[in-house]
Ligand binder design. Sequence first.
Ligand SMILES: Nc1ncnc2c1ncn2[C@@H]1O[C@H](COP(=O)(O)OP(=O)(O)OP(=O)(O)O)[C@@H](O)[C@H]1O
Ligand SMILES: [Mg+2]
Ligand SMILES: [Zn+2]
Length: 355
Amino acid sequence: MLTESAVYDALRHVQEPELGRDIVTLEMVKGVTVDADRVALTIDLTTPACPLKDEIERDVRAALAGAGAGEVDITWGATVRRSVAAASTPLVPGVRNIIAVASGKGGVGKSTISSNLAVSLALDGASVGLLDADITGPNIPLMMGLEGAPASSADGKIVPLARYGVKVISIQFFVPQGQPIVWRGPLVGGAIQQFLRDVDWGELDYLVIDLPPGTSDAQLTLAQAVPISGALMVTTPQAVAISDVDKALAMFRRLSVPVIGLVENMSAFICPHCGEATEIFGRGGGERFCREQGIEFLGGIPLDIKVRQGADAGVPAVAQREPGVAAETMRTLARTVAARVSVRAARQQPVLSIT
Ligand SMILES: Nc1ncnc2c1ncn2[C@@H]1O[C@H](COP(=O)(O)OP(=O)(O)OP(=O)(O)O)[C@@H](O)[C@H]1O
Ligand SMILES: [Mg+2]
Ligand SMILES: [Zn+2]
C-alpha cells in the first residue's frame, strides 16, 4: 500500500543534479496525493527555463515506479529565487535577478543575444524584462519590433512596452526618431538607475540588461549603479575581441560582479544552402580564454542569416516560426544561464541548510 510518506521517501533519492541535494530537501516537491497506486504531485523547479527538467522527470518516475507507483501525474511549477545582489537594493523590489549582457568590443552581438535571451526565458514561462542600457546607440526597440512612447501608471511610474511576453524599456522610447542622443559617461549610470527606479517593472524573474560596448565610464558607472546578479560575457572568436573581453572581465572582477560565463557569437557560418558550418573567424579562442580565466564557456552561436534578418525585422530568432540553428543554440544558452543564476541564488538561500 503506497503512502504519501513512502512517496516522499522515494523522492529523497532524486537529486537536483546541479544543486547536488535531493528534491525533497530542496522543497521542490509539493502537493503529493496518493490514490491506490496513482500518484499526483507538483515539482517546483528553481526556474521555468530549467535545462534539467527531463532528467529530473525521468528520475522521479523511476523512483516512484520503484516504490510501487503506477500512474504518475506531474504538474510543473517554478519559483525563481531572488539573488542577493537584487535583494541588496531598494531600486527594484519586484525584480528577482538582474542579468547583464556585456562585451569589451562593440558589434559582437550583445543586443542580439540580450533580446533572444529575454524572449527565450519568456517562452519558457518566466516573467522577464529587458532594459536597453545602450543610451547612445539603443538597438533593442528595433530588434524587438517596438516603437512608441510608454504610458504612465496611476502612481506616476513609466509603464514598459511589451512584446513577445517581455517588458521593454529603452531611451529610444523617449526621444524623437532619428535624433542623436548625447550623454556624458557619468550620466549614464544615473539614467539607468532611473530606469530601474521609475519604471513599473512589477514582479520579474529576470531583468536582462543590454550593456553598451566597452569598459568606458558608461559601463563602469553602470556596473556600479546596478545590482547585477550575473554578467553574461559575449565575444566573437577573433583574437581582438577576446583581448577586449579580457578588459571587461577584469572590470567585473574589480567590482565583484559575478560572471556567469562567456558565449562565443558568430562562431561559425551556417550555409543557408547546404547547412555546412564554416569557421570563418577560426575556432577555440573563446574556449581557451575561459580555461585561462577560470570562467565557464557557454558555447558558440553560429552566424545565421535568420538572426540578422530577425533583428532587423523586429522578430528575434527564437520567436520566429521556423527557428534556425542559431535560435536553437540560443534557447539552450538561455536555459543554461537561468540554471547558473538559480544555482547561485539557491546557494545563498537558507533552504539549503535545512536537512
Ligand atoms: N549569430 C548571428 N548571426 C547573424 N547575425 C548576427 C548574429 N549575431 C549578431 N548578428 C548581427 O550582427 C550585428 C551586430 O549585432 P548586435 O547589434 O547585437 O551587436 P552589439 O554587440 O549589441 O553591438 P553594439 O556594440 O554596437 O551595441 C547585427 O546586425 C546583428 O543582427
Ligand atoms: Mg548593442
Ligand atoms: Zn553551402
